[in-house]
Ligand binder design. Structure first.
Ligand code: IVH
Length: 684
């Protein structure tokens, strides 16, 4: 293909994909199948990789990220990012209304909107294309996080035209939808990482990641709520919102034009409870004067507009007595304290338990059992304890003494320097850890043996039938028939009897049999190797393609896999050296589980042009992700290493490579090459 043919095709594909994206995200329409869509995107990506200088900055391929930003440049906001005044009561809102009324003569309207509890973002568009995304920062200057912003699918890269102004800014709130947040935390739990407190922190942490590929995977979203430009092409804020929607922005359709204070109050009352149906946490309602001229007339104080105000919902909080503290031991041995409370009604549900996180939290609040504590339900899913009413403390109560031995197996707990959690080190003998590992093995994203859920693992464990996952595959109808036990449903609190009749036994065995078809990456995830979540398992399976190659892989080969760092590599190595794990593994292999898979196209061998050569990749690359380059080198027989040494063949240098690295390479007379030179080695 000639360069001009490629340019034309890139333009055609990119316009088509932008159009399909718009239809999908804004009109819930799909003209093509997912497969056809993927094929178009793949073709575009391939062409852009071949003709790197033809890749448009806002190409739809940028949605998947891949670039690394070492530090985000600070930029000054063209229009400062202000905050809002807060009110908490109808009276205060009445005062605001009076002030507005006094300045504006004649009629005026308000627009009421949700106050989204995420992270504010400022987006600049020029000629219908996103050119910059900046955080709020201190309101005057923020961080340029454009590459990360481009991965957010509900932020348009190209607008639906043609009637948009040449240049303007949009303000909005970036957020992590509850569903994504819950999934992310479940994954973190799987690999024994500390859970994220709430979707807002998760969103704000994600926006600051240096690797936009990771940002893309976190599936952030955005609601647009302000339009800014000089001059303003609209008379009212409501018109601006309608135009934003038409151009392809994600505008929450919960806003409403209100003509009287009574209407505003009715809106507030309505959304005080209805807000729980939204995909994002909200903490109030924003009330804005609709007409832009009237906004101008009202003007600003130093930090806040006089034409808008936030009505904040009170955090839902209740006082109740702390009855006891229970300690739960997870699959990884991490101990979590849970507060057992006198049941109390909070935001429409009865709360009996609340999270206490860890020993530091208990110490920080100086909690005594028997205290009256405040429980709050914020953006978090699980209620938390936010304070203690010390005036009601019982005279002889004592501070909580944190456990020093495991509540399940009495092994002394350990706490690593710098870690918040205590751990039970008795990995192989502690019942909740053993059962937790079995539950993980059968879980949906692992072997998906749903016929073994709800207390059945408990029964199998207690009867001594299953302690390690390989033993699931030894089960027979004779061993299972007639087993029964009383089971205490943790959530329902009710006692039930589980007993295995013929139908249950059939189901269980069929589920186990079916699990033998689960692909290699799921089996790898199911093994429960610390820090190997489903994404990492997929990467490892793709890269090594068989368990034998993975087992034999030395440290250097492991960290060569995209996204596998020191911590994961060491954990994998240590898992495979454990003799008990070796036995489990060989028994699972004998049972017929999948321990290999075909190499993906990206990592499948393409040539041996780079055989015998070693590479270090350093710096930031405009048109290639690090993953791509690593895959390319591996697929052509080259080897990626982490450190520059005398034996190194090439240093592939991108932008912003550290000067120390360059000096070291020069000193050792290592060849420093650009990406284009690397492609040259491959005859591209
Ligand atoms: S308008 C001058 N509208 O609240 C007006 N802000 O306290 C500025 N926020 O940092 C903002 N939802 O991140 C506006 N519908 C909404 C909002 C909203 C959430 C956030 C925004 C800002 C903060 C102001």
């Amino acid at each position: 293909m000639t360069e001009s043919e490629a340019a034309a095709r890139i333009q055609e594909l990119s316009a088509r994909i932008h159009h399909l994206n718009y239809q999908y995200y804004h009109q819930s329409l799909s003209e093509v199948s997912d497969y056809e869509f993927d094929m178009l995107l793949e073709e575009l990506n391939r062409l852009e990789n071949q003709f790197t200088h033809l890749r448009p900055a806002n190409s739809p391929t940028q949605r998947v990220g891949g670039s690394i930003t070492k530090s985000f440049p600070t930029v000054v906001h063209k229009y400062p990012m202000l905050s809002l005044g807060n009110t908490y009561s109808e009276e205060d809102l009445g005062e605001f209304h009076k002030r507005v009324h006094k300045v504006l003569e004649g009629d005026f309207e308000y627009v009421c909107e949700q106050k989204f509890d995420g992270v504010a973002i400022s987006l600049t568009y020029r000629h219908g294309e996103l050119v910059r995304g900046v955080t709020r920062g201190d309101g005057t200057r923020g961080d340029d996080i454009t590459a990360n912003v481009r991965t957010i699918k509900t932020i348009p890269l190209k607008l639906q035209g043609p009637d948009y102004p040449e240049e303007f800014e949009v303000r909005g709130e970036v957020f992590m939808p509850f569903s994504v947040f819950e999934k992310l935390n479940a994954e973190r739990e799987d690999i024994g990482e500390v859970l994220l407190a709430n979707p807002r922190n998760a969103a704000s942490g994600t926006l600051k990641l240096q690797d936009s590929g990771l940002v893309a995977r976190r599936q952030l979203s955005c609601f647009a709520y302000s339009y800014l430009s000089t001059p303003l092409p609209f008379e009212t804020h409501a018109e601006a919102l309608a135009a934003l929607k038409k151009w392809g922005f994600n505008v929450s359709d919960t806003y409403q034009v209100c003509h009287h204070l009574e209407e505003v109050m009715a809106y507030i009352k309505l959304w005080e409870t209805k807000r729980f149906e939204l995909p994002i946490a909200t903490d109030g309602i924003v009330i804005k004067v609709n007409n832009f001229n009237q906004q101008e007339e009202l003007g600003y104080t130093a930090k806040i507009p006089r034409w808008a105000i936030a009505y904040k919902f009170k955090a839902m909080s209740a006082a109740t007595r702390l009855l006891d503290i229970q300690y739960q031991v997870g699959r990884t041995g991490a101990v979590t304290p849970v507060a057992l409370l006198q049941p109390v009604l909070l935001a429409g549900t009865t709360v009996k338990r609340a999270s206490l996180h860890n020993a530091n939290e208990i110490l920080r609040h100086d909690i005594h059992v028997g205290d009256v504590v405040y429980v709050e339900k914020g953006g978090e899913i699980i209620p938390k304890i936010t304070g203690v009413d010390k005036s009601q403390r019982l005279p002889d109560s004592k501070p909580v003494q944190y456990l020093d031995t495991c509540p399940a197996c009495q092994t002394p707990l350990v706490r690593t320097e710098g870690e918040a959690h205590h751990y039970c080190p008795n990995e192989k003998g502690c019942p909740p850890q053993i059962k937790g590992k079995l539950e993980h093995f059968i879980s949906r994203n692992a072997m998906n043996i749903m016929s073994l859920g709800e207390g059945k693992i408990d029964l199998l464990f207690e009867k001594g039938l299953v302690k390690t996952p390989d033993q699931f595959y030894d089960l027979t109808p004779e061993k299972l028939m007639g087993l029964s036990k009383e089971y205490n449903g943790e959530k329902s609190g009710k006692t039930r009897t589980i007993s295995f009749g013929a139908k249950t036994v059939d189901n269980i065995l069929a589920g186990i049999q079916k699990s033998k078809e689960a692909p290699f990456d799921r089996v790898l995830f199911a093994l429960g190797i610390r820090f190997v979540g489903s994404t990492v398992a997929r990467k490892l399976a793709q890269h090594f393609s068989t368990i034998d190659l993975l087992e034999k892989a030395p440290y250097d080969a492991l960290i060569q896999v995209p996204e596998i760092g020191d911590r994961i590599a060491l954990s994998v190595l240590s898992w495979f050296t454990d003799p008990e794990n070796k036995v489990i593994l060989s028994r699972l292999q004998a049972a017929g589980l999948q321990f290999s898979q075909e190499k993906s196209a990206a990592t499948a061998t393409q040539s041996d042009l780079l055989a015998g050569q070693t590479f270090v990749i350093s710096g930031v690359f405009q048109n290639h992700s690090r993953d791509e380059l690593q895959d390319l080198i591996s697929a052509n027989g080259g080897k990626i290493v982490s450190a520059i040494s005398k034996k190194l063949s090439f240093l592939v240098a991108g932008d912003k490579m550290g000067p120390a690295k360059r000096e070291k390479a020069q000193e050792l007379e290592i060849k420093i090459i650009t990406v284009n030179e690397l492609l040259g080695l491959l005859g591209r």
